[in-house]
Design a protein. Structure first.
Length: 309
């Protein structure tokens, strides 16, 4: 029995793009296509790209649009099975042993059966994604996989191949319905081909100016049209510089929001200098833009927008 409140997966690429757009995620044709195929083929979707381009947001948007739970595994260096998959509730097991012994149970096999019962199992994200009994398959986000090591990648092969996990004391737990798996990486290191082969792949790039302007309009409705156009044009030009870390779409939205909160209706050198902290996150980048480089970019932005009418 599944959760009837879940929304059915879209039946076409156009429906997929429309589904995402209803939740204010603007996907280009290629991204809408690979999302549609991942849903129809029930294959994991591997999204690669710079930080802040909207990879994680794809999973969040799908969960909301399809009315399914979002289960997120945030990856980090040293992530292991006990943190990602499961562990046993040792205090509860010890209490169980004492209660059984107090009641006169001495049978070793009986003790093992009771203490390794499923009620003592603490489900971590991977197991949660596979064991949603009576619920529609969740969206399972494996975020920033490149932060983990190759040993954890190897463990994920069983999960992504057969959507199952083997627990020595209990046996194999298999998903009744495969979860919708979204894997993201910022490409700080290469992911092994064995894992990629199990997925559909898409590189998520920065949006063009028109698409990014539409995103700002949707995400920051209080931002004036003039300010939004200047913000997007300025950020697009910043990405053409040799910065240590280019601003992503998330930073564009933060900057537009900050400027709106400050009641600004247009960019000027002082405003840019005061608010760069919301756009750039490294001092060397901020220092470069606060100098003549930033004023030059602003002059270009104003000239181009004026020429465009």
């Amino acid at each position: 029995m599944t959760d009837d409140s879940a929304t059915a997966v879209p039946s076409s690429i156009d429906e997929t793009a429309a589904l995402l757009e209803r939740e204010d995620y603007l996907a280009d044709r290629r991204l809408a296509t690979v999302v549609f195929l991942a849903l129809k083929m029930k294959r994991p979707l591997f999204l690669e790209g710079e930080a802040g381009v909207g990879k994680t947001e794809v999973a969040k948007t799908l969960a909301k649009a399809l009315n399914r739970p979002l289960i997120r595994l945030q990856c980090y260096e040293g992530l292991d099975v006990s943190s990602a998959v499961y562990e046993w509730n040792y205090p509860a097991q010890m209490l169980e042993i004492r209660l059984l012994e107090a009641s006169g149970v001495r049978d070793r096999e009986r003790l093992e059966t009771d203490i390794f019962a499923e009620r003592h199992l603490i489900r971590r994200p991977v197991l949660q994604a596979l064991g949603q009994a009576g619920m529609a398959a969740p969206v399972f986000l494996i975020d920033e996989l490149d932060r983990t090591d190759e040993a954890f990648e190897a463990f994920l092969l069983e999960v992504l191949s057969d959507f199952q996990v083997t627990i020595p004391e209990l046996g194999t737990i298999k998903a009744a319905e495969p979860p919708i798996v979204i894997i993201t990486t910022n490409r700080t290191r290469e992911i092994h081909d064995a894992l990629k082969r199990r997925c559909l792949y898409h590189w998520v790039d920065y949006p063009d100016a028109e698409q990014e302007l539409d995103i700002v309009r949707r995400k920051v409705p209080g931002c004036s049209e003039r300010l939004a156009a200047q913000v997007v044009s300025y950020v697009q030009k910043l990405r053409g510089l040799d910065l240590f870390k280019n601003p992503g779409v998330a930073e564009t939205i933060d900057w537009a929001t900050a400027l709106t909160e400050l009641d600004r209706i247009a960019l000027d050198p002082e405003t840019i200098a005061d608010t760069l902290c919301t756009l750039l996150k490294y001092q060397d980048d901020i220092a470069r833009v606060q100098g003549g480089e930033g004023e030059r970019l602003l002059s270009e932005v104003k000239a181009e927008l004026l020429a465009a009418g």
